[in-house]
Design a protein around this ligand. Structure first.
Ligand SMILES: Cc1ncc(COP(=O)(O)O)c(C=O)c1O
Length: 379
């Protein structure tokens, strides 16, 4: 066999293993439109699973800012931020984010994933300890692993267990959690974790990917990371914190140093979106009202965010409910392990400012009927 043939055989064998365990993933073409609408593989649907919580990705003010910046400054940044990719819009966006978060500074990264991968290893390394919520996002786990520090997981939101792990930890301790958990929609006990950090000399770093713009929390974390790809409606990541830490990231975060700066249209879109977010807080409130109405209609506990998980359990069942919803014109993809723990396959339902109340009522009715008719799991 040639090397090319052996490579193909290798990939095919790996794919059949994934197929056998139900973990093979595939792409479906999805063209998003306004009002939560989308064309999914040619079918018109209303999406209840995207992260564009404030529906800013299609806001005319945001798309106009991106178009203007593309015409004025080009489609790409031309280099890493330390070479020629540091367009002035970066500083404008960083000032904006620092002001929003009440921190001394901010650093914009290529994505939220890159922000976590680069920041965590710049803070701790061999001889140090990371104490993190077991449900923290894959990129926090990735950054933790890259750092070389010992990684200790505490049970989801269990501050007492976190405190025990911090007590036994070596070196500098970094506590990691999400503010709003991406797959469950619940919130972290931030004030308790902040107090734990303060009492023990640990640093607290939070991932606010799903909080910004929708869930207001007092956040005592010294390091506040987030993304521009969800409520901000665009792309990119950020870290906010003390000014010298921002300077340290400029020199030491490898996913900042060795990658191309964000394109000017992306930066301009984020600034325009933050303007709208601040001027129109009712957008977040509307999305939250939709989540609350949905839970009320289905008899679920009141939500803490605009993410409502419907835990189904078996993967095949979750896929079946998702397919039945699609038949009726609703897009909610099934989330399966390893993205969520084994046995907790779910529909991750999300709400946005662009949905209308009638959409939410009709969707809740459809889901209820499908769950009653076609699913062994009851709500
Ligand atoms: C909690 C959390 N952190 C980080 C990320 C990564 O952010 P980005 O999409 O900007 O890479 C995501 C989602 O993608 C997320 O859900």
């Amino acid at each position: 066999m040639t090397s090319f043939e052996r490579l193909k055989a290798f990939a095919e064998q790996k794919l059949s293993q994934l197929e056998a365990t139900g973990q093979r993933r595939s792409l479906v073409e999805t063209a998003r439109e306004t009002g939560g609408r989308a064309a999914r593989a040619g079918r018109d649907v209303i999406s209840f699973c995207d992260n564009d919580y404030l529906s800013l990705s299609h806001d005319a003010r945001v798309t106009q800012a991106a178009a203007d910046a593309a015409r004025l400054y080009g489609a790409g940044s031309g280099g890493s931020r330390l070479i020629t990719g540091n367009h002035p819009l970066n500083a404008a966006l960083e000032d904006r984010l620092a002001r929003l978060k009440g921190t001394e500074g901010a650093r914009v990264f290529g994505s939220g994933f890159l922000a976590n991968l680069g920041t965590i290893p710049a803070l701790v390394g061999k001889g140090d300890t990371i104490v993190m919520d077991e449900l923290a996002h894959a990129c926090m786990h990735g950054g933790a692993r890259l750092s070389g520090a010992q990684v200790r997981l505490f049970r989801h939101n269990d501050v007492a267990e976190a405190a025990r792990l911090v007590k036994d930890a070596a070196g500098q301790v970094l506590l990691l959690t999400e503010t709003v958990f991406s797959m469950d929609g619940d919130v972290a006990p931030l004030s308790e974790l902040g107090a734990l950090a303060e009492a023990t000399g640990a640093w607290l770093m939070t991932d606010d990917a799903h909080g910004l713009g929708v869930v207001k929390q007092d956040n005592p974390a010294q390091i506040q990371m987030g993304t521009l790809s969800k409520a901000v409606g665009g792309y990119g990541g950020y870290v906010c914190g003390p000014a010298p830490l921002m300077d340290l990231l400029t020199s030491r975060a490898r996913s900042f140093v060795y990658t191309t700066g964000l394109p000017p249209p992306v930066l301009a879109a984020a600034i325009a979106a933050l303007d709208v977010m601040e001027a129109e807080p009712e957008r977040g409130a509307k999305a939250s009202r939709h989540a609350a109405l949905f839970c009320e209609l289905l008899g679920l506990p009141a939500p803490s965010s605009v993410i409502v998980p419907i835990i189904i359990g078996p993967e095949a069942e979750a896929m079946r409910v998702s397919a039945a919803l699609l038949e009726r014109g609703y897009l909610v993809t099934a989330i399966r392990p390893p993205t969520v723990p084994a046995g907790t396959a779910r529909l991750r339902v999300t709400f946005a400012a662009g949905h209308e109340e009638a959409d939410v009522r009709a969707f809740a009715g459809a889901l209820k009927e499908i769950m009653e008719l076609a699913c062994a799991v009851t709500l």
